[in-house]
Every structure is written in C-alpha cells, then in structure tokens.
Write a protein that binds this ligand. Structure first.
Ligand code: KIV
Ligand code: ZN
Length: 512
C-alpha cells in the first residue's frame, strides 16, 4: 500500500451531469487548466461517446493538458470505448473509465441483464479497452448496493483483464462512513488479485456524507484514489467536495499520513471559476471556499485570532488561495499590482492579451467602485472566460426608469452576432422590464426557472452577482453576470444564459 493519495477530479463529467451545470468546450478547457494548476492527478474530462460536444471537450482537454492524466467515461460497449480512445489520442497520459451497474436492482430493472451477462460484458470491455490504452479504470455502478460475492467475482475478473484502478461508487449516496470503509476493506481482502489495482472511492452526497464516506474508504478501507468535484458539484446533492476532502487529508496529516500532489493555493480560484461558469452559487458557510469560511464575527473569536491565530483557525486562509494581503485595490492600482494580486489568488492568465483584457475590465470596474476586493477580482476574471466564447449576444448599455406609483420601463442595447440592436419594455420592476426588453427582440421563448442575486463582497457597495436559469425545449442552462448595478448584472446574466442555450442548440444540431 502506498502513502500517496490520488485525486481524480470529475467536475467536468459527474459534476456537469447536474441539471443546468452544462459547460461549453472552452469553459471546460479553462477549468481543466485550473485543475492542472491545482495539480490534481486525473481529470475526468467527460463522457466522449455521449455527444459530439462531449467528445470535442475531452479531445480539446487531452490535447492541451500535459501534466495530468486525462480520462473519459465509457459504458461497457465497444463503441463507447472506441470513442473514448479516439478522444484521448492526443493525451500524454490517457485513461478510459468504463462502468456497468452491478446491483440487483440496476441489473434487473435498468439493464435487464442477468449477473452472468453483466460479468461477461465487463470482462470483455476491460479487455477491449486495454488493447487501446494502458490505463483502464473499472466501476461497478451502484457498487455499494451490490452483492458482495458477485462484486468480488466481477472485480477479480476485470483486474485479470488489466484494469489498474477499481472504483467502488456509492452511486445513490446511501453509505454510512464506517460501513463504507469496511465494505472497501472486505473487497480488498476477498478479491484475490486486489493488490494489482489501486482502489478508489466515489461517493455521492444524498445524506450529506460524501466527504466522510470517502475519507472512511481511505482510512478504513485502504483506498488510494478519491473521486471528487470542485464545490461538490454534481447531480442531486452532488459529489464528494474536492476542497473539503483535500483539506481534511492535508490538515489531519497526523491521522491520515498520506501525501497528495495538490497545490492547495489554487483551490479558491477553482471554486470561483466553477461557480461562475455553472451559476451554482457557493453558500457563505461552505467549508474552505465559502465567504465566511475564515471570517470571525464574534468578539471572542476575533480577540483570540488576533492574539494567536490557531486559537480558532485550523487552516491558513492564504493556503487555499484567500489573499493574506489586505490591501484593497482601487483605481490608482497599476497593472503590476493587479497581476501580483492575481498571482496571490492563484489565478494564472493564459496570455498577455488575456491579462490586458482583464486589466482593462478591472480599470472599468475601479472607475465605478472605489474598493476592489479579492471576490471582485475573481468574479471579473471568471467573467473574462465567458466573454472569450464566441458570443451570439453581448451586453452594451442599459437605461431604466422606476418611480413609486409608475410602471418601470427599460431600454437596452446589446449585440446579436456583432450587430447592435435595441429593445424596450415595461415590467413589474426594473429587472423584469430589462429582461423583457431583451426578450422583445430575441423572442427565445425560454422559461426562467431561477433568478438569484448575491452581493459579492457583502455591502451595498459590492458588485451584485446574478444567476439566471433558463429552460427551453428540455434544455436547462445557467447564466451569470456581475456588475455594481444589479440591473445590468441581471441583463448580463440573462444574455449569458441565452448564449448557452444557443450554443447547446448548435451542439444538438451538429449531432444531427
Ligand atoms: O456515481 C456513479 O456510479 C458514477 C459512475 C459512472 C462511476 O458516476
Ligand atoms: Zn457518480
């Protein structure tokens, strides 16, 4: 057993399966670059066979990311596995992760297959995958609710066929830490060739125990890979949260005794980027990355922290990317100060041009807002990524009027494929009027299923960060916009969601 713990990030695959969290190829690539900076060991980049869009995203990431193993999910069939291998061709280190359900419920009701058929298909698929790539992971889906004898039989067979990682998913988040840990330990004890594979944990968070279960799988069960997502993103209640599980292993190294490759100071930027890209807001009291994670409001705590910070802090905020430098930037701050702050925050710009564009936006913001906090900078650079995509719709300007006793109205100018258009409308409030003004021109027919506003840095001087979730023809997308004016932020968020709807429609059309 090694003392190294492998971190497989599946934000771009399992995380993206969350309704509304879909990302464009360019957004995924940008997040993959951040995961590379964070030094995860494996990036599960997508499910190449599921759509042309996913194939392109896995391929782009495999071609660009050289310091991390890039992985694609595949069902246990030759077409899926071949597509995954094709997408991973450019990877310096590529992995195929193939899975089939093994619980009685899933085999009988979902797959309508007998256990013997599942056994044969798993075996043959791992053999097929091993002929295409050297690194194959196998997952028995709903593994935790599977019969132990059957699981041992199938896992022994796939290890014999060359699977070098065995992942045991708690697909529905049913496990309890101690029981899950013992489940993994029993598997490792009973599968005769278990020492030929690395054992991995993959826990969903339906009962809020994904992190605890993963840690028990490591400590009690002896697993040496954890599958997790940034901000715990994922279907239903999500997956095991990377920032929590990683900081637990780091902070309690005395207990776990394990080393990881992770460079934790890039955690916060990764969290912001994922939240901004998907529109899934991070709750303020979220461990490690929530706005309050290191804030001490009570007088007793503040006094203690000032005297000796470890009285109430078990981690250092700057170690996970919160800036220790309390100097707030403003309009007199130069390009070097801005660049330095980005570095302190663990944000790397991909080119000088990108840095210049971000600096211009910083200056524009500083003209309108006297103090620029770290949260503003992180929102600004995340928004930069949105702007990079070839957009169909882009915000230009907005004016609106609201007065007690009068029906609010708005007039907005935005571009459609680079051409300026204007829309005007009335509404129940200024936000409603502004979004109706956009719709008066676009006529998307989309239904709004969520609208939320969050003050990025707490006060009324803060930028408002707006998330808009739209649904159209079965597609669900989130758009995010930030601005000191929440009506402008709302319009930006709405246009960003329309862009995503459009790009999803294009992807579906491209698949024929
Ligand atoms: O939760 C799950 O079972 C999965 C598998 C596909 C690994 O995500
Ligand atoms: Zn999963």
């Amino acid at each position: 057993m090694t003392d190294k713990l492998i971190i497989l990030d599946t934000t771009l695959r399992d995380g993206e399966q969350s309704p509304g969290a879909s990302m464009t190829r360019d957004e995924k690539l940008r997040i993959a670059r951040q995961l590379e900076r964070l030094r995860v060991d494996v990036i599960e980049a997508g499910f190449a066979a599921s759509s042309n869009g996913d194939f392109e995203a896995v391929k782009a990431i495999a071609d660009a990311i050289k310091d991390v193993t890039v992985c694609s999910l595949a069902r246990t069939n030759d077409r899926d596995i071949s597509r995954a291998a094709e997408a991973l061709k450019g990877a310096s280190s590529g992995r195929i992760h193939t899975f089939i359900a093994t619980s009685p419920l899933h085999m009988e009701k979902k797959l309508r297959m007998t256990p013997d058929q599942v056994f044969e298909q798993a075996k043959q698929s791992v053999r097929f995958a091993r002929n295409l790539v050297a690194d194959v992971e196998f997952s028995p889906e709903d593994g935790y609710r599977s019969d132990m004898d059957f699981l041992c039989r199938i896992l022994e067979a796939v290890i014999d066929e060359g699977a070098s990682t065995i992942n045991v998913p708690d697909t529905v988040g049913y496990a309890i830490p101690e029981l899950y840990g013992e489940f993994i330990r029993t598997l490792r004890e009973r599968v005769p060739n278990s020492d030929k594979a690395i054992w991995s944990v993959h826990c969903h968070n339906d009962l809020g125990m994904a992190v605890a279960n993963s840690l028990a799988g490591v400590k009690i069960g002896g697993a040496r890979q954890i599958e997790c997502t940034i901000n715990g993103l994922g279907e239903r209640a999500g997956n095991c949260s990377l920032e929590e599980v990683v900081m637990a292993v780091k902070t309690r190294r005395d207990y776990f005794g394990l080393d990881m490759r992770i460079d934790a100071k890039h955690i916060l930027a990764a969290s912001r980027m994922v939240s901004q890209t998907t529109g899934f807001v991070v709750q303020p009291n979220k461990a490690v990355v929530g706005a309050n994670a290191f804030a001490h409001a009570s007088g007793i705590h503040q006094d203690g922290v000032l005297k000796a910070r470890d009285t109430y802090e078990i981690m250092r905020a700057e170690d996970v990317g919160w800036s220790a430098n309390k100097i707030v930037l403003g309009k007199l701050s130069g390009r070097n100060a801005f660049k330095q702050r980005l570095q302190d925050l663990g944000v790397a710009m991909e080119s000088e041009a990108e840095l210049n564009a971000a600096f211009t936006r910083f200056k524009e913001l500083a003209d309108r807002k006297s103090e620029i906090f770290d949260e503003d900078i992180l929102a600004l650079v995340s928004e930069e990524s949105v702007i990079h995509d070839k957009e169909q719709f882009a915000f230009v300007s907005l004016s609106q009027h609201s007065e007690t006793g009068e029906r609010p109205s708005a007039s907005i100018v935005f571009t459609v494929a680079g051409k300026e258009v204007r829309g005007t409308a009335e509404g129940n409030g200024p936000v409603d009027a502004s979004l109706k003004a956009i719709e008066s021109h676009v006529k998307s027919g989309a239904e709004m299923v969520l609208y939320s506003v969050n003050a990025i840095s707490g006060s009324t001087e803060s930028q408002g960060e707006v998330t808009v979730r739209l649904q159209n023809s079965g597609r669900v997308v989130n758009g995010v916009g930030a601005d000191p004016d929440i009506i402008v932020a709302s319009a930006k968020a709405y246009l960003s969601a329309l862009n995503k709807l459009q790009s999803k429609a294009d992807r579906v059309a491209a698949q024929g």
